[in-house]
Write a protein that binds this ligand. Sequence first.
Ligand code: ZN
Length: 149
Amino acid sequence: MCRNRTAISGMSATAISMGIKYEHAPDVEKQIHTIAEKLGMRHLQLSRLKVVRSKGSSSPRTIARCHALPKIMQQAIGIDAYYVIEVLSEKFDRLEQEEQMKTLIHEILHIPKSFGGGFRHHDYVCEKNINAFYKRLQANLNLKREMGE
Ligand SMILES: [Zn+2]
């Protein structure tokens, strides 16, 4: 059921990245900041959550992926965790806004409360939870509109 895939190691990310072009995606980053703020996801350390748009991926069914700097890399380099959400331009950019939002909610739900470099899996990142978060997001956005902000 899951159209989004999570790269679970640097190796797999490298193996599938040949010929792919990456660029910073400030527009998508803004969407993610809105989601994080409206859903009160304070565990997301936004300065260490980057968003990248990729072009030229040959993954036929992937819309977005969540990457993390693994713990061993963090310790070897001496830095804290970073997460990168990658949206695949060819798929993501043509989605309706609702589907884009659900895709982004899916990816950020993979990031655990610890923000430590691991992932939550699809027992938690599932249709039911994504839809519940999306509903809450819509309610909070509407509330903001009604208050004339
Ligand atoms: Zn997923």
